[in-house]
Design a protein around this ligand. Structure first.
Ligand code: CP3
Length: 340
């Protein structure tokens, strides 16, 4: 294992003593940076960036170099897994992801594969490059989507306010649903293991659409698959971020992961009681960063004081919005760093 100079993130995740909370932002590699927007505009599209390891590495370094965050996250997307399984995605400008074909029947599933660790070679290659570039400065976070969230995109065919096509499937075809979730889970485990082998120091699983399910559905269609992933990744700490899953916290406490990501709807004091032995990551409202710099500083201090210094990873409650002023992002990061 390489020696990591700033290992605050890893210590916080393992529950070891820290001088201050580590800080990074979900979706920190991307459009908040003018250099990202410039590079992105010179390319054929989002996928070229994701699939060119040198460029993915370069973009992952922006927040490390410009903001001094305590972790790098590899630039990629959760949708690389459906593609590796045989369901290609496109990223439509100003609209978001689209799947020209979706999966609806067991016959569709026959045409998919469980992808192996080599499948998303461009991202594992980018991790190797980034690891070299970081040279032990800060830890490198690898990631994937959670099975339910990936299922939602593969069945729905893109983003949705309701994900009603995907949710409908859970009611109408339990066998199809479980078979697809199994295939996604196994592909994701292979992919995450390959990321760890390539150098990822911590893994985060994004269940962005957790909040769409009922508590009973989350128990049946999300927790067992998250459980399988957590149990398979033993070499590095794992963070599970289930956005909006305030109804499933007790089940999440049973997961074999070190850190739970929490959004801004959740109350840190109550969370500490529910997760006595886990690290918590979050949870400033990303919209708070549109307030004045002095208000951002105050809100960040308030967040730090409610969570307490130990077992906390400072972050937003969801990804940073692309038009967030960089000065506010800096104020957020600097306030955490000055808190020691
Ligand atoms: O965190 C990081 O900085 C690493 C990079 C990263 C991206 N996507 C890059 C990206 C990560 C961790 C993701 C995860 C992701 N992708 C999630 C889970 C996190 C979350 O926000 O809930 C989801 C749901 C996706 C799917 C996805 N990718 C959507 C819905 C979109 C379009 C919406 C949007 O943000 O524009 C994307 C595109 C995408 N992924 C962009 C980036 C930087 C926008 C890229 C561009 O057009 O240049």
């Amino acid at each position: 294992m390489t020696n990591i100079k700033n290992d605050l993130l890893l210590r916080a995740a393992r529950g070891e003593k820290v001088e201050r909370a580590p800080v990074w932002l979900m979706r920190q590699a991307g459009r908040i940076f003018p250099q990202y927007r410039k590079l992105r505009a010179s390319l054929s599209g989002f996928k070229e960036l994701v699939e060119t390891p040198e460029l993915a590495c370069e973009v992952s370094m922006h927040p490390v170099d410009e903001l001094g965050v305590d972790a790098a996250i590899i630039f990629s997307d959760i949708l690389v897994i459906p593609e590796a399984m045989g369901l290609a995605y496109e990223m439509v400008e100003k609209k978001g992801p689209n799947f020209p074909k979706t999966v609806q029947t067991s016959k569709d599933l026959d045409n998919l594969i469980v992808s192996d660790g080599e499948a998303v070679h461009y991202t594992t290659d980018a991790i190797k490059l980034l690891k070299k570039e970081l040279n032990g400065k800060v830890p490198l976070i690898g990631f994937a989507g959670a099975p339910w969230t990936i299922f939602a995109y593969m069945v729905e065919g893109g983003g949705s306010k309701t994900f009603s096509k995907a949710r409908r499937k859970l009611y109408q075809d339990r066998e199809f649903s479980m078979r697809l979730l199994d295939m996604i889970t196994d592909s994701t485990i292979n992919y995450l293991k390959a990321q760890v082998a390539a150098g990822a120091d911590l893994i985060q699983v994004f269940d962005s659409w957790a909040g769409m399910l009922t508590p009973v559905q989350y128990k049946h269609y999300a927790i067992p698959y998250l459980d399988k992933i957590c149990n398979a990744i033993n070499e590095v700490p794992v963070t599970v971020f289930s956005k909006g899953a305030y109804f499933a916290l007790e089940d999440m406490n049973g997961l074999n992961c070190q850190t739970i990501g929490v959004d801004w709807n959740m109350n840190p004091k109550e969370l500490r009681k529910i997760f006595p032995d886990k690290t918590l990551q979050g949870n400033l409202d990303p919209c708070q960063l549109y307030a004045s710099v002095s208000e951002v500083k105050e809100a960040t201090k308030e967040m730090l004081s409610v969570f307490g210094t130990q077992r906390h990873i400072a972050n937003l409650g969801h990804g940073v919005y692309p038009d967030t002023p960089l000065d506010s992002v800096r104020a957020f990061v600097d306030t955490v760093k000055e808190s020691a």
